[in-house]
Write a protein that binds this ligand. Structure first.
Ligand code: ADP
Length: 205
């Protein structure tokens, strides 16, 4: 076992000697941000993120989408859905987002991230100025009817435990930067709503 104090004594980060975020933002001609999409499974986070990324790409912005499923088969494949693991899941994602941010890249994150505390932790790691919260608000009845991955059916049958919206809570953001109601907007309209908000923030003058 590592002794944490002993371990940190031997770690010497090189952040001040490597090329900075600003140099990279100049190269890319953009300002980096983390767009954090939160909402129930099947609410439309990934679908909207894909449309948003395409639109940003067409306008010359460099982006990276981080999606719950991809991260969970990769860097976080040792984590489950207990409260502790959900917290660790988001901590790692936030740290990865920070690496992209410091590389000047606009990151679009699609994670249920169900509690206020979890999102506050992510915001703290990423930095409040860099963090834009998008609440993809779709009623659970609609998400369950869509049941894109068949997960609601399994959760109702008790085959999946701690499923957000069924037997684990979802705490709605109290003051999101952007509020999307997908049962009133098409995917393109939702992506455009986010685009119009972020373009002034990511464009270099
Ligand atoms: P999440 O990433 O939040 O789990 P997904 O994007 O994977 O959700 O799934 C959302 C599903 O809802 C997709 O099948 C998508 O085609 C459908 N859908 C229907 N209308 C909308 C809308 N207005 N915005 C986003 N998704 C929508």
């Amino acid at each position: 076992m590592f002794d944490m104090n002993e371990k940190s004594e031997h770690i010497h980060p090189v952040f001040d000697s490597i090329l900075g975020r600003q140099d990279k933002e100049v190269l890319l001609n953009q300002h980096a941000k983390v767009i954090w999409m939160t909402g129930l499974s099947g609410s439309g986070k990934t679908t909207i993120a894909v449309a948003l990324e395409r639109a940003l790409n067409e306008q010359g912005f460099l982006t990276q989408v981080l999606d719950g499923d991809n991260v969970r088969v990769g860097i976080n494949n040792n984590l489950g859905f207990s409260e502790e693991d959900r917290t660790e899941n988001i901590r790692r994602i936030a740290e990865v987002s920070k690496l992209f941010l410091n590389c000047g890249i606009i990151t679009i994150n699609c994670f249920v991230s169900p509690t206020i505390e979890i999102r506050a932790n992510a915001k703290k790691i990423i930095g409040a100025d860099n963090f834009l919260e998008v609440f993809v608000n779709t009623p659970i009845e609609i998400c369950e009817k869509r049941d894109v991955k068949g997960l609601y059916k399994k959760a109702r049958a008790g085959e999946i435990k701690n499923f957000t919206g069924i037997d684990a809570p979802f705490e709605a953001p109290q003051n999101p930067n952007i509020y999307i109601i997908t049962d009133e907007l098409t995917v393109e309209e939702a992506a455009t709503q986010i685009l119009e908000y972020i373009i002034p923030l990511i464009t270099r003058k």
